[in-house]
Design a protein. Structure first.
Length: 265
């Protein structure tokens, strides 16, 4: 046995043979240290909560100012502002929910729509359509608007989509609760799921749950189409159970993006 191990064993032996009063004193000391740590932890947590509240108050104030300015401009000029402004406003209010500063460009939207067979049967589900650039590309590619099921969380975007695509089925809700939202709504399995959600901002468990729920709602072999600005696949392929293919990077989109298509193996 080397010297360091002998010292360690001696320390353990000493603690084991520590007299009861000394052991009780030692336990009290450890208890005080734990209580101090707990107090410090609570203080730090309260500071963090205050900072979060301050941030949310500032963010909400900025969002309300932008909303008021947009409404005043639209009333004064008599014209509605374009989708880029609406996207920017929503991104400022909820950056991790919207996940993009501007709506998807036409080239990216068309690239996503190409993976959906317009002659297939069954509904085509779009997650996070925003103001509808990919929706428009799907319709242009030949998908009947009445087949579209649009799942959108933002109430402003819902109003826009309802006006632009009255024949589509609009579901206002959280797309990450896909099974709960669509399980009883879909009369037949979906022919495709097209996603504009910012998957990369969510924990891996949420991403995997979403894609598995989508596979359960689709016909076998149907595509789950997802775009991303990231270099890597937003759904980790190491978990298996599905195939994945990626498009070339679309440099004409701002920022450059790539389309990933997943199918249940």
């Amino acid at each position: 046995m080397n010297l360091s191990r002998a010292k360690a064993c001696t320390k353990v032996f000493c603690v084991t043979l520590m007299p009861l009063p000394a052991l009780q004193k030692f336990e009290k000391k450890i208890g005080r240290q734990f209580r101090l740590l707990e107090v410090r932890k609570n203080i730090i947590e309260r500071k963090i909560e205050r900072q979060i509240r301050l941030f949310e108050e500032k963010r909400d104030g900025i969002g309300k100012k932008i909303e008021q300015q947009i409404k005043q401009f639209e009333l004064r000029k008599g014209i509605p502002l374009d989708d880029e402004v609406r996207f920017l406003r929503s991104w400022i209010e909820r950056p991790l929910t919207v996940g993009a500063v501007t709506p998807s460009g036409k080239i990216l939207a068309r690239a996503m729509a190409r993976y959906v067979d317009p002659n297939s049967t069954g509904p085509v589900v779009e997650l996070g359509p925003g103001t509808g650039p990919v929706t428009e590309a799907l319709v242009e590619a030949g998908v009947d608007p009445s087949r579209l099921v649009l799942v959108e969380f933002d109430p402003t975007f819902c109003r826009i989509l309802r006006n632009r695509y009255p024949e589509a089925t609009l579901v206002q809700g959280d797309a990450y609760s896909l099974r709960r939202l669509l399980e009883t709504l879909l009369i037949q399995p979906a022919a495709a799921v097209v996603s504009g959600l910012p998957l990369i901002t969510k924990p891996i468990k949420m991403r995997m749950r979403l894609i598995r729920d989508a596979f359960d709602l689709m016909v076998p072999g149907a595509p789950f189409v997802q775009f991303t600005y990231s270099v890597a696949s937003p759904v980790p392929r190491r978990f298996g159970g599905f195939t994945a293919e990626a498009s070339e990077r679309i440099w004409m989109n701002i920022p450059p993006a790539r389309v990933w298509v997943y199918r249940k193996a």
